[in-house]
Design a protein around this ligand. Sequence first.
Ligand code: HEM
Length: 434
Amino acid sequence: MSESNVATAWPTKLDEIRVDYPEAPPHVPKDRIVDISFAMGNVPNDLVDPYEPFQWLNGQDVPRLLYNKPAGGGLGAIAGGSATGNWVVSHYEDIDRVYCDNDHFSNKGTAEFQRLIGETFPSIPLGLDPPEHTPYRMFLTQFLGPATITRVMEPMIREVLDEMIGEIADKGEVDMAWDFARVFPVRIFMGMMGFPKDMFDDFLEWEWNILHSGSLEKMQWALKSVLDFLRGFIAEKEKNPDQFLTSLIVNGNIKGRTFTDDEKIGMVWFLWLGGLDTVAATIAQMFRRMALQPEIQTMLRNNPELINGAVEEFLRTQPILSSARRATKDFEWHGVQIKAGDSFSCLNPAGNFDPTRFENPREFDPTRKGNRHFTLVAGVHSCLGGHLARRELRLLLDEWFKRIPEFRPKPGADTAVFPGLMSIRNLPLVWDVK
Ligand code: HEM
């Protein structure tokens, strides 16, 4: 990444982000209209705490609802944004309401990239509201709850970690983002779903094109490829069931009712989308921070009992996603008129550092109590893979500190990070081999 692409100065006041946007819907007050593209994870920075530039948006002097001018292009609308702009929610209490108040805020149709190729099945469970959402959520929870993760997944996670850490320990270096973070969770996820190992490269290529290419043509190609593959795989599991998650889903039932084809692809597709690179991005940022702040490594190495709390702090301080919702009806909120269908973007990077909720929010404190952050959202859509993700992160730290001494960025390494899902592509780390 060239240095000129890495931001070193960001807006710090409302006046610096206010913009004209005559096309805004008439019910939006002009003085609320802003451009917050700097906070959407598209601009890299090289701060130890890469989310720092967005914190001020939770300030008491910042209006409780701003309205973001759309960044251009219509693809954002598919991910849950809006082609005409969206309300920006940046204070803890308000974000919490948007996620938890299903009467006023809907998730229907969110993350339905499949519409780009004319598919009409919903992403299940994310793209459904309660009460429709509830039975699917309960059905899937039985496979992803903490007891199942301990019994079924933990041995597999430890085995993969043992192999992967064993391969690098004596080398004294690894590209933590490309060769480790990108590979480890995907191997676990594919094993859990029962996907063939040789699909690894195709899966990552398809996913990258869907989430990060920004090209309609590439998205459509990747969507068609993945859905063709998943439909074929589902048909195979119907014929030859096994003990892995895809098979358990497609041969499952809710109160005796078996699933339609749309329900099967809706569940398997969304797990595929949600499970692949979220943990990867989190691990890359977690290791970047520890490399830049070695005192965190020392603290965790000397006090392994802090690892669980540290994982929550890594999650809180690295909210790689910000979620969207839509208003279900007209209502008034914080002195502005909301219209049914208005889109809301919740800025988790502002909510997770809100001083009205978190004492010394910028401090990395693994002993923090009541660490209820938004990185895995809140409310009915809270991340179903959260138990698996947390377990992967905890076991990784546990196994890593047993075998790898203090590590640091390889001299000359580019440590700039996109503070979002795309995060960091390469992170060369080195350590001394005895
Ligand atoms: C650190 C890693 C992860 C992060 C940061 C993350 C983040 C999120 C977020 C923000 C949402 C809510 C989106 C919304 O409300 O619009 C979500 C939901 C979801 N995630 Fe994750 N996720 C992670 C790992 C995973 C994994 C590994 C899986 C699969 C095994 C997964 C499966 C899901 C599912 C199925 C939902 C939908 C839940 C529902 O609608 O009831 N996630 N995740």
